[in-house]
Design a protein around this ligand. Sequence first.
Ligand code: AMP
Length: 406
Amino acid sequence: MLEDIKTIDDFDFKDQIVLIRVDFNVPVDKYHQITDDTRIQSSLPTIQNIISRKGRIVLISHFGRPKGIPSQIYSLKFLTSFLSKKLKFPVKFYEDCIGEKVEKKVSELKNGEILLLENLRFHKEEEEENENFAFQLSKLGNIYVNDAFGVSHRLHTSITVLPKFFGEKKCIGLLMQKEFQFLKKFFSGKGEKPITVLLGGSKISSKIEIIENLIDFADHILIGGAMSYPFIKMKGGEIGNSFLEKDKKIEKILKNILDKCKEKNKENILSFPKDVVISDSFENTSNTKISPIDSIPNGWMGLDIGPSSIKNFCNIIEKSKTILWNGPVGVFELANFSLGTKSIAKKIAKVTEKGAFSLVGGGDSISSLKMEKCDKKISYLSTGGGALLESLKNKILPGIKAIINT
Ligand code: AMP
């Protein structure tokens, strides 16, 4: 599928101005200190490679959700010194991403120099697939490189429209290549068996279509967190006041999933928690007890998987050779409800050390691995949450389509 896509190996970058779409949307604390620099670190190999081949680099990215309004909190300027330190030479910055002044700055670049431009989302057109905005951006380079896996599922100007202006002169970067190399095992279903996929979190609508697709090649699909409640409710269980995403389409798709499992003779592929930690309020200090997942009393909500479910999920993971995890199995942000997610994180790290292949995506799952200091033990941490999930639907991401089509 992606065999024919151009990569940075297909170009000679000497004397060329290379416009690289990166994903520098890193989490920061209230002092603007980066709390997790994975996304930037992962972008460095492409930048370093093109610099070593005497290209001139223009970096474009979004940061946060400024909704078309420029402001200091969403400015990318603070990354200039961070990048200069990491790359060990000065990175220039300009306070806009389109216009004559930017074009002049770009034209002054010498081989091996880097210019970081201001947040693309300071222009509302970035999120509107806008031809004119794309045209303005296209004047800033001769070759376009998409290395922003985390946003390649989005229909945004710099991802889907901008590449059109580069004809054959566009490709994916090294980070994108790496993401696809690891995802390939799941695309092809050729990962070593048993293959286990664990999906958690609260929004089932973003993951439900994936489940249907996974039935074909996974051996176990574990569903935790608030994702499990629509299934439990459909099967007639009482879920009290647990979080339940309301969307009319969900029930129909859930039914299709259960029908498909039956049709494929894979009725045991789906595993749900049997017990949950319930609470009478959404707070760390609240009353908690353990309840069967299908008889949660009114006024109570399930906020973590219970001890026997932890044991069951961990046993399945223990026997797996290929594991994909996206989404926490409880409200792990609150200590009272974090045991399930932390136990899963530790177990996946442990089986990876013993030789299993693990792929983890989504900010919450990765941050729980970091909390347990076992993130380094995972085979591959994806820089995309939404993009990873979209890829699992076995569809070509819009950002990739835009590179393939000339
Ligand atoms: P998502 O964006 O769909 O991946 O959801 C992530 C969020 O799901 C995290 O902030 C968790 O706190 C939340 N979550 C996980 N389990 C539950 C649950 N049982 N009830 C409510 N929220 C949950």
